[in-house]
Structure formats: structure tokens, C-alpha cells
Write a protein that binds this ligand. Structure first.
Ligand code: TMO
Length: 316
């Protein structure tokens, strides 16, 4: 290789490296949380962003630990944030302008203890929580023999609830959502009792009848004043907030850095049906969010056609 040629190829190599670095840093970073609808809809948005010419990078992250990642730009937005658990953290960051609240959907979310409807016949008195004390032996896990409440990776204050209402339950936490739902469907097929975390909107309401346990109704004082509620000495003797907002939030600099992405996120709206169908498609696809995202987009073509402003252009 001649000296000139070599210098040229070193130059080209260097140039390509720089181009790669700047492209990687220009990519839009989308978090994937541990439940189907969030993954499916996030990927549907990622596909739209790719169509606008953006590089997209998916970052698996637990929703319980993403608030500072969002404030620091490690992830760039979150389109299905539930304000049930650790909502104070987000609200503080939003108040401090470290996270932008892009909007609140017209969705009344609820997340709490839930059972298939036939369990009510086995445990008269449900949905009132006091019935759980009398019927607790129904909910013995066949493997451990312990009265068990099944849940996932999200931290509500179930341990406090169990203690303050003196419920004889232990908690079993699954690290994968599908394991929780597989257990549910196995029990349903055998008509065996089970009590577990569920939420709405979710795929379960499309497939199975059931109800949430009615704990003492949520009130902010339940979380700050021990005297409030049936247990005068302890906090958290109440249900989760039963009208949980579902919101979209963003890393603030995204608005100026990537105006076309910002525009899309502003246009984007979600309904309860969008979420329950996304989670059903995820389950029906065998937990493959890319496949479910394509089906979801097909199903909601009308609703999604104006997300992307096709006249918006950006220099990359
Ligand atoms: C993420 N979740 C719907 C469980 O809040």
C-alpha cells in the first residue's frame, strides 16, 4: 500500500469510527419493562421512529428503577408509566423539571389482589378482604404448604399490607410475568383457588372473569398516619390507589434534540383497549413483543396513522 493510500484509508477508518460514535449517541433509547403491553407499544413506537430515520436502541430496565435513568437521559421516554407504586419519586422529578410529563391518558388503572370468579363460591364474603382470613387455607401453595399471594417484580407495599391487616399470607414473586399468568391459567383450568396480582387494563379481563379484593379504600392518610384505617398502629392498611393514572413521560432535552420524535410522542395517545389488546397479543404471540407490535399496529391502523408527522424532517 502506498503512503498516500494508507493515509487515506486510516483517514476513512477514523472518519467511519467517528460517524459510528455520533450515530450511536444520536440513537433514541427506549426502555422495555417487565410487562407485555409496555414492550409491544414501545416497539410499535420504535418502528415509527425508525421510519422517521432515527436509530433506535432498546434498553431492558425494571420500571421500579427507571426514574433517574429517565432524568439522566439513559432512557429517553416512557409511554406506559403507572402511577401506583413509587409514584412520589416520579412526581418529585416532574416537579423539579428533571422529567417532562407529556400527558395523562384517559385510563383508570387499578393494580391489586385479584381472584378468578369461581373462588368467590369457595370463599363466601369475598370481595371483602376480611373473608381472606377465614378462607386462607384455600390459598395454600401445593408445593410449600404456605398460604401464598403471587406477584411479579413490581413493589407495591404488599408486605406492609399483609402485616397491618394481619393476613396469614406469604408472598411469592415471579421474575417473569408469563410465569405468573401460566400459574393463573393452570389453576383456572383445574378450578383451583388462587389469589394474585392483576391489573386493569390487562389481557386477563378479555379472557377470564374475576374480581379485585376490596381492601379498605385507599386514602393518602393511610400511607402517612398510622391511626388511619383498621390497624391503629401501622401504615398501609388499605388498598393500592384504586384510580391509578397511566401517563407518558420524557427526558426533557429530547424536545430540542429530536423534534420529530418529540412531535410523535406528543401526538401519541393510548386507550384502555390499546393496552389490554397489546398485552393479549403479547401473550398470544408466545411473549414475542416484535411480532405482537406488528399485529397491534395492524389492528389499530386508524388510531396510529397520525402519530408520525411525515412532513417533519431532521438532519442526522
Ligand atoms: C406495570 N404494572 C402494570 C404492573 O404496573
Amino acid at each position: 500500500m502506498s503512503g498516500v493510500n494508507m493515509r487515506f484509508s486510516v483517514f476513512v477508518g477514523f472518519y467511519l469510527l467517528i460517524a459510528q460514535i455520533t450515530q450511536a449517541s444520536a440513537s433514541i433509547k427506549i426502555p422495555l419493562n417487565h410487562w407485555g403491553s409496555q414492550q409491544v407499544i414501545s416497539i410499535a413506537i420504535g418502528n415509527e421512529l425508525s421510519a422517521l430515520g432515527y436509530q433506535v436502541q432498546y434498553i431492558p430496565i425494571n420500571s421500579m428503577h427507571q426514574s433517574t435513568a429517565l432524568a439522566d437521559g439513559i432512557i429517553h421516554f416512557q409511554i406506559e408509566l403507572w402511577q401506583t407504586a413509587n409514584y412520589e419519586e416520579y412526581n418529585k422529578l416532574i416537579r423539579d423539571n428533571r422529567i417532562t410529563l407529556l400527558g395523562k391518558y384517559d385510563i383508570n388503572g387499578k393494580e391489586d389482589w385479584w381472584y378468578p370468579l369461581y373462588v368467590k363460591e369457595l370463599c363466601p364474603g369475598l370481595p371483602d378482604w376480611k373473608a381472606l382470613k377465614k378462607c386462607s387455607s384455600l390459598f395454600k401453595d401445593p408445593d410449600t404448604g404456605q398460604v401464598t399471594y403471587y406477584t411479579g417484580l413490581w413493589n407495591y407495599r404488599d408486605a406492609d399490607l399483609i402485616r397491618s391487616l394481619d393476613l396469614p399470607f406469604t408472598i411469592k414473586r415471579y421474575t417473569k410475568e408469563e410465569h405468573l399468568w401460566n400459574l393463573l391459567e393452570t389453576r383456572i383450568a383445574a378450578k383451583k383457588p388462587i389469589i394474585l396480582l392483576n391489573w386493569t387494563p390487562n389481557w386477563i379481563e378479555v379472557k377470564h372473569a374475576g374480581e379485585f379484593v376490596e381492601f379498605p379504600a385507599f386514602s393518602p392518610e393511610c400511607e402517612t398516619d398510622p391511626k388511619w384505617g383498621p390497624n391503629p398502629n401501622m401504615l398501609f392498611d388499605c388498598a393500592n390507589n384504586n384510580i391509578s393514572s397511566v401517563v407518558k413521560v420524557m427526558w426533557p432535552p429530547l424536545a430540542n434534540k429530536h423534534p420529530c420524535a418529540y412531535q410523535l410522542l406528543k401526538n401519541f395517545e393510548l386507550t384502555a383497549e390499546h393496552i389490554s389488546v397489546a398485552s393479549l397479543l403479547y401473550r398470544e404471540s408466545g411473549n414475542q413483543p416484535e411480532i405482537a407490535a406488528k399485529r397491534w399496529k395492524q389492528k389499530f391502523l386508524e388510531d396510529t396513522k397520525n402519530w408520525r408527522d411525515k412532513s417533519c424532517t431532521e438532519q442526522f
